[in-house]
Design a protein around this ligand. Structure first.
Ligand SMILES: CNc1ncnc2c1ncn2[C@@H]1O[C@H](COP(=O)(O)OP(=O)(O)OP(=O)(O)O)[C@@H](O)[C@H]1O
Length: 158
């Protein structure tokens, strides 16, 4: 029986820059990514996204927009990850290093895809041009994508 785990992933944007965090521990350790994590019982996906953004970057987000829905399957694992991707240009506070993440601004021409999840290079271009998207990725281990499907959509529907 397959089950789904709900996760958030938040990107803070500023003109031609994007804030990424270097994950110091846990799932995706050693890679750059947006800020996010598991949605907890009793909170909405949006509340989870805002909470994780603050816990991991020190920023308080405002007006997060849901821009993507990504489903990840890992061969041999019955748990599907359902990652809700958000973006905002509105926030307060200053990025600060936390126990989990070390934040840094990157120019969008200079995103460190070689040190990121291997799906990111496929869907970042859609995010960066302002599109919404839905994707499915089947992983073998943590690096190899065996197959995937990725579509631009007008809005995110579940
Ligand atoms: C497979 N391809 C992937 N590509 C890009 N991003 C991915 C991803 N798979 C997971 N992610 C993101 O990685 C974070 C994990 O978060 P994760 O550490 O598990 O959550 P959380 O902080 O709740 O964990 P703990 O509290 O430490 O258990 C979370 O933002 C999630 O959206």
């Amino acid at each position: 029986m397959t089950t789904r785990k709900l996760l958030s992933l938040v990107f803070v944007r500023e003109a031609s820059k994007i804030l990424l965090g270097y994950k110091k521990r846990g799932f995706g350790q050693g890679w750059w990514n947006g800020f996010g994590g598991k949605v907890e019982k009793g909170e909405t996906i949006m509340q989870g996204a805002l909470r994780e953004l603050t816990e991991e970057s020190g920023l308080i987000g405002d007006s997060l927009e849901e821009i993507g829905l990504l489903t990840f399957e890992f061969e041999g694992d019955p748990v599907l990850l359902e990652v809700h991707v958000f973006s905002t240009t509105k926030f307060s506070g200053k990025p600060e290093e936390t126990e989990e993440m070390r934040p840094a601004w990157f120019d969008i021409q200079d995103i460190p895809f070689k040190k990121m999840w291997s799906d990111d290079v496929l869907w970042f271009p859609l995010m960066l041009k302002g599109s919404k998207f839905k994707g499915y990725f089947l992983f073998k281990g943590l690096h190899d994508i065996l197959k995937y499907k990725l579509d631009e959509v007008d809005k995110i529907e579940y």
